[in-house]
Design a binder for this molecule. Structure first.
Ligand SMILES: [Zn+2]
Length: 261
């Protein structure tokens, strides 16, 4: 057999082949720190056998999984808290205004709506022309307001004087509606921004912590599998007879089973 280099494991103080273990300086810093926590005197030039290393690798995997779960829970708690703390009820503006409407306000709305329509202009023009025709030309022999129509002037002034405040009342209510709408919008925006920020944190945690951890765990798993294979190979080497016998036995029993059928 070719001469194999060996080293002494600093934990169990037994001699191992170099391929059956690693020097501490070749390990991941996190795993090395775990070993140093257990063995404060360990140096980077010390050798550790795969068998003893396995325990620390499993501890490392366990630690990563646990920290990921903890971090995920923390962010979820923040999200839940943010959802619960927002006690602002979105107001249904139309329903709210409809409920608090007084009779006067209803009338002012109706007047403002009618006063701002083509129908009103048409009717008003017709009334003006009819008034002037009746009084100017003396149609039907009536002349209750002769030229220059002083009574018509008075009537027009009165209508204008009353219409202005009615329209203003209606405009005030439109302003109320706008104010409530913008208040709703503000709160919805605030809530969205808050939730977005937490989602960002969640995504950052996923890409910056959990993904690298997953890759590291995979790497450790492959290493552990390699160690298991090495140990199996060693078993094969040390006890070749047992393995071949067992294999023959199993082959024999299998053929027995098939013949029994
Ligand atoms: Zn050892």
């Amino acid at each position: 057999m070719a001469e194999m280099q060996t080293a002494i494991c600093f934990i169990d103080h037994q001699e191992h082949m170099l391929i059956d273990g690693r020097y501490l300086k070749d390990l991941e810093p996190a795993t090395r720190n775990l070993i140093k926590a257990d063995h404060p005197g360990a140096k980077v030039t010390d050798f550790i056998c795969d068998h003893d290393l396995l325990k620390y690798q499993l501890m490392r995997v366990d630690g990563m999984v646990r920290s990921d779960v903890k971090q995920g829970q923390k962010i979820n708690r923040r999200l839940t808290r943010a959802m619960q703390s927002d006690d602002y009820d979105i107001v249904d503006v139309n329903e709210n205004l409809e409920k608090t409407l007084t009779m006067g306000q209803r009338v002012s709305d109706a007047v403002a709506r009618f006063g701002g329509s083509w129908g009103f202009i048409g009717i008003f023009t017709f009334v003006l022309i009819a008034w002037m025709c009746v009084n100017g030309a003396g149609l039907f022999g009536i002349r209750f307001d002769p030229f220059p129509f002083i009574l018509l002037n008075l009537a027009l002034s009165c209508i204008a004087a009353i219409q202005a405040p009615i329209i203003m009342m209606s405009q005030n209510r439109a302003a109320d509606r706008d104010r409530m709408n913008s208040e709703n919008d503000y709160h919805v925006n605030l809530k969205s921004e808050h939730e977005l920020r937490i989602l960002h944190a969640k995504l950052d945690n996923l890409t910056q912590n959990q993904l690298p951890h997953t890759l590291e765990i995979q790497k450790l798993e492959i290493e552990i599998l390699g160690q298991i294979r090495n140990e199996l190979d060693e078993l094969h080497r040390n006890h070749p007879d047992e393995f071949t016998e067992n294999n023959e036995d199993s082959v024999k029993t299998r053929s027995d089973d098939s013949s029994a059928k």
